[in-house]
Ligand binder design. Structure first.
Ligand SMILES: *[C@@H]1O[C@H](CO)[C@@H](O)[C@H](O)[C@H]1NC(C)=O
Ligand SMILES: *[C@@H]1O[C@H](CO)[C@@H](O)[C@H](O)[C@H]1NC(C)=O
Ligand SMILES: *[C@@H]1O[C@H](CO)[C@@H](O)[C@H](O)[C@H]1NC(C)=O
Ligand SMILES: *[C@@H]1O[C@H](CO)[C@@H](O)[C@H](O)[C@H]1NC(C)=O
Ligand SMILES: *[C@@H]1O[C@H](CO)[C@@H](O)[C@H](O)[C@H]1NC(C)=O
Length: 310
């Protein structure tokens, strides 16, 4: 603390330490959209009265069935590089703009394509999604000095088989470019390059924090175990009784290994700041309802405690 204060004092006293340098070092640019025009719009949940939504910066349109998606995996494949999973937590997959009927579009703005290995690689109309070869989206976050956001994402938004930043880029370019409230036009004439990317990452983290899946399940006695299994209805009941709606549960290995959860919503207001109303899943669970489901413990060395240190 003393050394920090000393540093500031030196800066303030130095002839080069005029206001602009101090601003440059200690200010963080804003990344929110310009929503002043939304004050004139009628309030309605996305997908519930789409004829009223004229300004698509104010409500996700189309793409108003919003999914906060999470993974449960037991390893990353990059443990040797220190990429491990957060103890006692599921991980972020993304924030998806499904159409009201459950269908969805991908890679809606190829000028904002930062995914090195697009999937799908081809869009309807035989349009090829170009492979991105530029700097990782983690460098965008650093340019906006969002050390706090980057730190959280490195803890909770974890990839399997490749670096985390590649996964974040995929989620942004595939999904956020199809979410109207992150359109470039929503940021007004003062748009700063990649402001929308940071804004999407912030919104995704906010939505993820609404659903501490690990803790919700543990509170119902459902904890990872390599010795026992749980029934689908046991897991569904636990989550429904806390969120008010039935999420989608995804299982691998022919429906026997729990691996995913998707929470469904309509949103009142923007996807960034609006109110998320939980809804039952529109997709049938891929987990077996006739056999026990494994909720496996993480592999040794594949997780770490992330809650102790900043
Ligand atoms: C939808 O919004 C329009 C205009 O805001 C309104 O006239 C209409 O009654 C609304 N419909 C429903 C079903 O709420
Ligand atoms: C799609 O485009 C590729 C090259 O861009 C071409 O080789 C292929 O024949 C096209 N496929 C169809 C179904 O049009
Ligand atoms: C997969 O699960 C279904 C339904 O539980 C079962 O009928 C089928 O035999 C299973 N297939 C394999 C390869 O285990
Ligand atoms: C269990 O799954 C089968 C096959 O998908 C389905 O027909 C049945 O309705 C399900 N039962 C319950 C209780 O959900
Ligand atoms: C639990 O089982 C899974 C699946 O076989 C395995 O990947 C994992 O390493 C096991 N964890 C422990 C702690 O044994």
């Amino acid at each position: 603390m003393a050394s920090f204060a000393g540093f500031v004092a030196i800066l303030a006293a130095s002839s080069v330490a005029h206001a602009s340098l101090v601003d440059l070092l200690f200010s963080v640019p804003n990344t929110y959209p310009t929503l002043t025009a939304c004050a004139q719009e009628p309030l309605t949940y996305s997908c519930e009265n789409t004829t009223t939504i004229k300004n698509t910066c104010c409500s996700p349109t189309p793409g108003g069935l919003v999914l906060q998606t999470q993974f449960w995996s037991t390893y990353t494949g990059l443990e040797g590089k220190g990429q491990v999973l957060p103890k006692n937590s599921w991980t972020i997959h993304g924030l998806w703009p499904d159409n009201c009927d459950g269908s969805f579009e991908s890679y809606c703005d190829l000028k904002r394509q930062y995914d090195p290995s697009p999937s799908p690689a081809t869009l309807p109309g035989n349009i090829t999604v170009p492979k991105y070869k530029g700097p990782g989206v983690d460098t965008f976050i650093k340019e906006f000095k969002r050390v706090d956001l980057l730190d959280y994402m490195e803890k909770y938004w974890i990839n399997q088989g490749d670096t985390n930043a590649v996964f974040w880029a995929h989620e942004f370019s595939k999904h956020a470019t199809c979410t109207s409230t992150f359109d470039l036009a929503c940021y007004g004439p003062g748009y700063k390059k990649n402001q929308d990317v940071i804004d999407f990452f912030d919104a995704t983290v906010r939505a993820f924090k609404m659903y501490p899946t690990y803790d919700m399940l543990a509170a119902y006695g459902i904890v990872p175990s390599n010795k026992t299994t749980y029934s689908l209805s046991q897991i569904q009941t636990a989550l429904k009784s806390q969120t008010g709606a039935l999420p989608y549960l995804g299982c691998s290995k022919n429906g026997t290994v729990l691996s995913e959860v998707w929470y469904f919503h309509h949103v009142l207001g923007s996807e960034q700041f609006g109110h998320y109303k939980t809804l039952d899943t529109t997709t049938k669970s891929s987990c077996s309802n006739s056999t026990g489901i494994h909720y496996y413990e993480r592999s040794k060395g594949s997780e770490r405690e992330v809650r102790l240190l900043p």
